[in-house]
Design a protein. Sequence first.
Length: 577
Amino acid sequence: MKTALISAAIFASCLSAGWLAGQAKKPAPAGAAEAAADVKAAKSRRAPPKSSVPLEVTERLARIRMAKTPEERMRAIIHLAQTIPLGDIETWYDSEWINEGSEDMQTYLFYRTLRARWLASDPEGLVSYAMRKDSDRFYEISQDWAGKDPAAALAYLDKLKDPAKRARVASAIGTALAKADPQLVLSRIPELQKSLSPENSSTVSEMIRELAKSSPELLKAQSANWPDSLRDAVAQGLASASLKRNLASGIAELSRTQDGKRFFKEALQNNSELMKEIAKDPGMLPPGWLGAALEGAGGYYLVQGDPQKWLSMDLSGLALTSQQTQQIRSQAISTLGSKNVDRLMELFGSGDLDESQRRSAIYALGQNLPADKKAAWLASLTDQNEIDMAKQAVASRSSRAEGKTATPSTLLADLGEGETAMTWQQTRAAISWDREQMKSLVSEFAALPGEQKSVVAKKLVESNYSDLPVDFRAQAIGYLIANPEPKPENGTPQEGNRQLTQKASDLASRWAEEDPAAASKWVASLPAGDERLWAAKNLAARWSDYEPAAAERWLAALPSAERKQVQEFLESGQAKH
């Protein structure tokens, strides 16, 4: 009983600190010029041979090996973690003498205890280590530190000269800083905006959104003299916070402002709860605002609670376009198929659906009908086009079933669906594709109709499908850059544009390590603009690290204006540590 209490106490004391695992990790989100050399170093690390274990370490481990019971082993491991000299903790992380990465509770507590001690004595060293090793606990560690000592965390950020590392740390500590010390963060936001690259401006926006929730009046007062771009972010953050506090009053307040509709639309992006609230009473919205909601968040969460209501509702009084009305109906049909497929079968057989709605119903039925009803339904169809659509929907469903292998064709078809993301089965299958299948994926994507290609490309940009071919991801990013979405009426750059710049920069930097010639051709193929410029800067920064002569020759061939900006970037120190 005493042992259990000791273990529980240790566990509780370390829980808030989290656990730093030092094996190769899934990369955390990063800035445009991510230093991938450290990632490679982390992934290639191996445990040292037993013969290299120092005698002092062998003696320390002896107590653990001699333990006769799990309780004795637990006590020995915790004792070791508490007595290792602080200066040796990093060595123990790198060595893997205690089976680092193991899932058992004893090893888990060992590393949590080490990490808690390291965070308390040298947080800057721990954050630097976690970033260098590309630990999947980096964000948790950084947030922990920023929440406890915001001034020190900001001072560390000021020291970083590498823009990718500065962006990564800023992204990790931003919201924690805003929660811990709003006044300090408010005094630094204009300066932070200048120190971060344009494609990392979302980090400052996240801080502002957090401040809008916790300290709205303070934010209003402090931001009065900020630049226009920041004041726009403040207005957006305050609008989102107001809608979350009280939807009706927030809408009323926004309806009285010039940009209220735009702020409303942007607040709904990726906000399922607000869409669910709107679904309860869409009539509360001013004319045209429900359409803006659909543009900002789509129709999934609008119809999710009661799809049948939206199929039977008279939408004529909601100031929707015919396309928006069809979007709601189609989404309701798709949702009804997953919730009540028998009811959807009744609707399909009633003849009350128009051509577009029948197409949506065919796909939903093919995806959701049980096997014992699917064959009879297929046999009941008489129109050849509908038969072909139904067979394709059934085949797509089968490819996603457990144990089935995705093909390039079925993957593109699934990603082209409005609400469908890539499943882990598809990801696993894609990893095993041979060269011919990879080529087929690239060529089939190129042949997609523009609308479907745009849907697929957006999903690849918004997600991190790093196991797919780099040239496929490059093609998707390039398509979105060449076919941008319309800018809002006031011309403010959209979040999607910043995301594209970041994705293009990151891909160019990482591709430079595998095939810089291919990466440089892709960068040259991009339309002139911020995306190509930042991709070129990060390609040059990474390429020049290991092939400076080749990078210099490529740089010399760039258009003069672009070459000058890339050269200035390399010489400014922003591209280096």
